[in-house]
Ligand binder design. Sequence first.
Ligand SMILES: C[S@@+](CC[C@H](N)C(=O)[O-])C[C@H]1O[C@@H](n2cnc3c(N)ncnc32)[C@H](O)[C@@H]1O
Length: 240
Amino acid sequence: MREGYKGTGPGAITPDGCAVELYSRLPVGDEPEIIAGVAPRGARILELGSGVGRMTHPLIERGFTVTAVDESAEMLERVRGARTICSPIEGLALDEKFDVVLLASFLVHTGDPEVRRGMLATCLRHVADDGFVLIQREGEDYHTNVPRERVDPRGFTVRIASTEPIGDGVNSVFVEYFFPDGEWTQTFRTRPLTKEQFEEAMDEAGLKVDRYLTEDRIWVKAVCRWGDGGAGGVKAVPVG
Ligand SMILES: C[S@@+](CC[C@H](N)C(=O)[O-])C[C@H]1O[C@@H](n2cnc3c(N)ncnc32)[C@H](O)[C@@H]1O
């Protein structure tokens, strides 16, 4: 397990506390729509932290070619129709570039700044010159509107039970999932980032926000800081 991360409930649990059985049950939201709204037709997508393929499968159905990366082999066993790569995101070095690199599920908020740097470096390393990176950030009230609960009409409840500062700008979050026939919990570390702090982290990683795709600024399209943002033309070389 990663330090500070824990999961309980039936079935396999990933190093960051996610339950494979739980993610196999959770329905996808508007993520594929948002991604398909900006990704070029038939784009090659590198999906980092794919889990069981909750987003992967609808993306494949929309005609994208997906390479799914996750450090949990148990998660990847459930992915269908995509190439899978079992690896930590940080440090992934494929000899290949992608039209779109997807870092969703708030992974950019990971508590350890070294891991975040590694993840963003992976994004930069794998994005094609005319491609872009899609990032899903936390919403602004994620740590203030707690506890909060969502009763899903499909018959389950998600409860963000607590978020506690544990020092160095990191919070420990405890989430509960209730299904009629089972319960799961996840404890994980996350670093809330204001818009400015997020943009600073992107800048440090050699990335820049091209635009926020949603009004709540949760979904972000980012490009290489030295590139042309996919507009064509000559790629500048970073200096210093
Ligand atoms: C919260 S789940 C989300 C899965 C998927 N994106 C979804 O929305 O259904 C996070 C996934 O990312 C994986 N993960 C988290 N940190 C990772 C890392 N540093 N390297 C590789 N995989 C990671 C976990 O194993 C887990 O499958």
